[in-house]
Design a protein around this ligand. Sequence first.
Ligand SMILES: NC(=O)C1=CN([C@@H]2O[C@H](COP(=O)(O)OP(=O)(O)OC[C@H]3O[C@@H](n4cnc5c(N)ncnc54)[C@H](O)[C@@H]3O)[C@@H](O)[C@H]2O)C=CC1
Ligand SMILES: CC(C)CC(=O)C(=O)O
Ligand SMILES: [Mg+2]
Length: 358
Amino acid sequence: MSKVTKNITVLPGDGIGPEIVAQAQKVLQAVSEKYGVNFEFTEGLIGAAAIDATGDALPADTVTACQQADAVLLGAVGDPKFDNDPNAKVRPEQGLLAIRKALGLFTNIRPIRTFNALLDQAPIKPERLEGADFVIYRELTGGIYFGAKGKEGEDKAYDHCVYERSEIERIAHLAFKAATQRRNKLTLVDKANVLETSRLWRKVVQEMSADYPSVEVDYLFVDNAAMQVILNPKQFDVVLTENMFGDIISDEASIISGSLGMLPSASVGTGSSLFEPIHGSYPQAAGKNIANPMATILSVAMMLDHLELFDAAEDVRKAVDFALDEGFATEDVNKAAPQSTTAVGDFIAAQIKDTVSA
Ligand SMILES: NC(=O)C1=CN([C@@H]2O[C@H](COP(=O)(O)OP(=O)(O)OC[C@H]3O[C@@H](n4cnc5c(N)ncnc54)[C@H](O)[C@@H]3O)[C@@H](O)[C@H]2O)C=CC1
Ligand SMILES: CC(C)CC(=O)C(=O)O
Ligand SMILES: [Mg+2]
């Protein structure tokens, strides 16, 4: 019988992107060998790498390759030469925003959990963290990142924040549904005491809650939420929020997991789904073989769930837990005896091949 083939478009991007994506591909290769699935990889340019090669942060053939894929795997984009040049006309991050828009990826799902092996080293008391398990539904193609932006002269600049009801409803439906499959709680994080867009979010979510009677809905202003997320993370189940607030709150929530290098994400919507760590291109670590590949590897687990390879996804998660339990991890989560990025990738891939499937 011929093997099932899944076409994966791979966008390594910038900084540590190529290093962490290579480890994620090793993991997919291990899954391929164990489960008899064939992964066909097509590589595309995005970000600073794409600007350097073509002048464009998202070349048209990258978009086509993503549209034709069963799933997309992204590393990260961004380079200090653009970050430090406020006058740059083209920026790596434009490529990321553009692929999200082109694929209609209106929801970014960011699960936040703890890892037993990392509880003791967190800057927060372990008893506050143990059992924390929530998921952030971050709106991904609207709000201030996508509104009109510009400058008036040299000393005035603006970024507009706009949301339409339909943009709120489509992600809110996904978030409510997720809550019904979890612990039936949804927290809307907004700034409805100040922002008109937030008041629209609140109104729409209040109206929609009638369709999900089992779900308890509460509301938190984002400044309070930023504090609650680390003070009492166990209170959250599904957190629904707009683009920028979700971006910020999720980086903060990585403290609960132990490192920004631990948090994966799935971006879903109307086109091919895309899987990426929540962190950026960590340029200080580029080329040093020290970045944590686990966020990207756990993004592969989310990809495998999406491809309905559920046992393989579980294997990947278990292999990451095992690596952490064995202390086989990079310096961000194992300062005493750090392993390299490639060694961690090899270890996790070998563990997947070695374990008997569930
Ligand atoms: N999705 C994306 O492609 C994103 C891109 N960026 C871009 O990345 C560049 C750097 O931005 P930063 O604000 O420094 O954010 P960053 O997420 O790249 O790094 C912030 C800090 O988090 C830690 N960290 C991040 N990833 C890690 C990993 N895999 N292993 C271990 N530690 C890790 C490091 O301590 C690092 O200094 C910028 O150009 C920015 O625009 C930032 C966020 C997301
Ligand atoms: C270009 C930024 C919006 C990337 C980012 O920080 C993110 O998506 O988390
Ligand atoms: Mg971010």
